[in-house]
Structures are given as C-alpha cells and as structure tokens.
Design a protein around this ligand. Structure first.
Ligand SMILES: Cc1cc2nc3c(=O)[nH]c(=O)nc-3n(C[C@H](O)[C@H](O)[C@H](O)COP(=O)(O)O)c2cc1C
Length: 431
C-alpha cells in the first residue's frame, strides 16, 4: 500500500507534546494539537445559513488558542437535515461568480473562525436514515434515503418501536441517480467552503450518518458496486473524496470522522481495509469517534472524580486508535471523546494513539480550554475540566435511555453555546 508521509512536528519550548504544531499532507499547519470537534450549533434558523449568533460563538472560540476549529455539521442537502436548524446547502452550487451573496455569507463565517489565525474546517454531512421526520424541506411523510431500507430503531420493546416510528421514516434505498446526486452535493459543499475561505472540510463518516451507513454492513445490505465487501461499502465515500479533490485547491484539507470498529458491527480488519482505501484516496486526517443514534457511545459521560493517574486513559476510543495507528503510522489521527485533562491528552499522544486531541463538550463550557491545558504554570491536578453526566428529569424515565441520555447531553451543551453567544457565563452540569 502506498502510504505517503504526513506528519511533521515542530517542537515548541514546552516540555509537553501538546503544544507541538502538526502539519497535514495538504500543507495546512495546526499550531497545536487541540482541535475543537464538531458541535452542532442549532443556530442556523429557517434559512439554514450561518447567523450572527453562530458567528458570536466562533468569535469566542477563535480567541481560545485552538490548533483548529471544526464547525458543527453542515448538511449537504436542505431536504435531509439532522435537525430543523442545521445549516445546509439549498441547491446546486455553481461557482463563486454566480453565487456572490452566498459566498459572502459563508466567508463571514470563515472570517469569524479564522480571525486570529486558527484554521477552520467545516464538517459536511448527510444524515441519511437518521434524518428526523420533518427535519428538512422534504415533508413529514417523504422518506429519508439510505443504502438499504433499514429503519432506525432506538431502544427496545414497544415503546422504543413507537418512538422510532414517530421520529424516523423507513428510508428509501438509494438508486444510482441518488448516489450521483449526493456525491455532487458533497462536492458542491466542499467547493463552497473552499471558495468562502475555510481551510478545509471534514466528511462526517461517523455516528450512523449516511457515509457511515454505507461503510457499515449492518445498514448496507446492497449487492451492487456499493455493497457486499468492505471495499465496495467504501466506494461511496472514496468516490466523494476523489471528486472533491478534483475541484478544491491542493492546499485545501480533506479529513474524515469515522467510527471505531469496536463500536460498530464492522470487524476491526474490515475497518482497517476501509481506512487503507481512505489513505489511498488522500485524506489529510482521520478523526476517530464511535456510536450512532442506536448506540450513542460518543455521548458517554466521564466520571466526576478522578485522580491524574486514572484520568490517563480517559479517551473513549483509545484502544482502537492505538491499534489502528500501528497499521497506518503516517496517517494523522485525531481522537475525540472523553478528553477532560492535560494528563489524559498527554497520555494519548505519548502512547502514540493520536496526533490530535479532539475536544467536544469541554469546548462548550470553556472556549479557551487549550490555553488552560497548555499553561505550564497550571499544575496537572487543575489542568482539567471534569463534567458530570447531565441529570435526567424524572418524567423522562419511561423513554428509551439511549435516546434520552444523548438528547439531554446535546440539549445541555447546545444551551451553553447560546450562553457563549450572548456573552453569559457557561455552567458545567451539576447533579
Ligand atoms: C451539543 C453537541 C453537538 C454535537 N454535534 C456534532 C456534530 O455536529 N458532528 C459530530 O461529528 N459530532 C457532534 N457531536 C459529538 C462531538 O463532536 C464529540 O464527538 C462528542 O461530544 C464526544 O467528545 P467529548 O467527550 O469531548 O464531548 C456533538 C456533541 C454535542 C455535545
């Protein structure tokens, strides 16, 4: 396999490796290893475009000392949204000459993110079968689309079945024309972001969204060129990457967020094969996460009290990342989920589990979290942000736990983003 060298480190005066700059194959340099992972802002309103409120949040993150900012997911098709207030592409993008106003709107967003030199990467996504009923312009009874017509099933028993039926449609199996359309939508989204001045895009290939649905044998039962083997299941995303590369500048970053094998039904070896194809396709980094709406491992909570020693292995998917890293030592790995402390982040880098530390929920509480962890005058014991599980109100106890837990976490931290936008103090969840 032809694996190109991708990682160059520039040690700073800090003894901690966390302050090292990381250079991606496209040439983009992250000034340190802390990356704010995607947090859906839910602020794009009915127009599904970046709003002043969104920009207010990024004005804060831009000053936070991050190595890079990954935006919340931007949907590539306004007819298929994850939530009703997602930002989304409204139709075909035909280049900046014909779309000056649109580019100007997105350029303001890029400018807000990158005003202090932090590279910003837009996460682009299609929810596929996980598009909620009514989320998107397609109407309540028009089905979502997916590689195979397998509906989302959250929780067990009759209640789980009823809730899933209300929330999701039975998806329609995608025809070749649908695959071509969605591929073009991903390419349009990437080009719009490049034209708007962003430093790159990240394909959302994790958490049970459309790209993950193709990769995963549980949701992809196809027998055509897009299913049947790990290679065929990867064709959808590999083709998308190839088409994106044809239109964006060579210094534009193309990354992907992917589920770890231990939390999907793909075997580890199958996932390694698929990562190999992504490397050949020329990805700049791979973010490791895990879970889906049916099994929301990415939204696990961390313990409230930890010693520095037990905090070391706090990252949720560290075993997978460490093993995958051995196979693809030159691929830039980002690991997301569970990092709450300098000790945990340093451990992951020193154990060679990853190059980049993805930070989600702590970024919604402390917009300058990297500055705390990189400040050598702060001792390890206090260089952390411990977060309690978001408590569940009593009336939610009858609903599927797999829906309520992640829903509460998302709603709580989404609420903190609004507080950041309004200039209010954020609050860590209390029990
Ligand atoms: C409010 C909220 C919104 C999120 N939105 C996204 C998203 O748009 N795309 C994505 O890939 N992950 C999303 N996530 C998941 C995070 O990127 C991250 O994978 C997860 O929170 C685990 O990291 P953490 O333990 O540091 O929070 C979201 C999480 C939260 C709490």
């Amino acid at each position: 396999m032809n694996v190109k060298p991708t990682l160059f480190l520039y040690p700073t005066t800090m003894t901690s490796p966390l302050g090292d700059a990381v250079k991606l194959p496209c040439g983009l340099v992250f000034p340190n290893r802390f990356v704010k992972s995607a947090l859906a802002e839910l602020m794009a309103g009915a127009e599904h475009k970046p709003t002043p409120t969104m920009l207010d949040v990024y004005n804060q993150w831009a000053q936070g000392g991050w190595g890079a900012l990954i935006t919340g997911n931007v949907q590539v098709d306004v007819n298929h949204l994850g939530t009703p207030s997602d930002p989304a592409l409204q139709g075909e993008y035909t280049g900046k000459e014909k779309n000056e106003a649109l580019v100007a709107t997105w350029a303001k967003y890029a400018q807000a993110c990158q005003q202090h030199g932090t590279p910003a990467i837009v996460q682009i996504c299609h929810p596929g079968r996980q598009s909620f009923r009514g989320a998107g312009n397609r109407g309540l009874f028009v089905p979502a689309i997916a590689p195979s017509p397998i509906p989302v099933q959250i929780g067990n028993g009759l209640l789980g079945w009823i809730v899933s039926k209300i929330m999701f449609t039975v998806p329609r199996e995608m025809m070749q024309a649908d695959i071509d359309t969605v591929t073009r939508q991903f390419v349009d989204a990437a080009l719009l972001m490049a034209d708007s001045g962003f430093s790159g895009i990240e394909l959302h290939g994790a958490h049970g969204y459309l790209i993950d649905q193709f990769l995963n044998p549980k949701t992809n039962l196809r027998t055509d060129a897009y299913g049947g083997t790990p290679e065929a299941r990867a064709k959808f995303v590999v083709d998308i990457i190839a088409e994106i590369r044809k239109v964006v500048p060579s210094n534009f970053c193309v990354g992907i967020k992917l589920n770890s094998a231990d939390h999907s039904s793909s075997t580890f070896e199958e996932t390694m094969t698929q990562i190999g194809l992504l490397v050949e396709a020329g990805i700049d980094f791979l973010e490791v996460s895990g879970g889906s709406y049916e099994d929301p491992k990415m939204m696990s909570s961390t313990q409230t009290q930890k010693s520095a020693r037990t905090a070391a292995r706090e990252a949720f998917f560290i075993e997978f990342a460490t093993e995958a890293r051995k196979r693809y030592p030159n691929l830039v790995f980002m690991l997301t989920g569970g990092f709450r402390s300098r000790t945990g982040a340093e451990y992951a880098v020193k154990e060679n589990a990853c190059d980049l530390i993805g930070i989600g929920r702590p970024a919604a509480i402390d917009t300058k979290f990297p500055q705390l962890l990189l400040d050598e005058s702060v001792p390890d014991e206090t260089a952390q942000l411990l977060l309690n599980k978001v408590p569940a109100p009593f009336y939610t106890r009858f609903l599927p736990a797999k829906l309520i837990g992640p829903g509460l976490e998302s709603a709580y931290y989404g609420g903190q983003l609004y507080r950041i936008a309004k200039g209010l103090k954020t609050m860590a969840p209390s029990v």
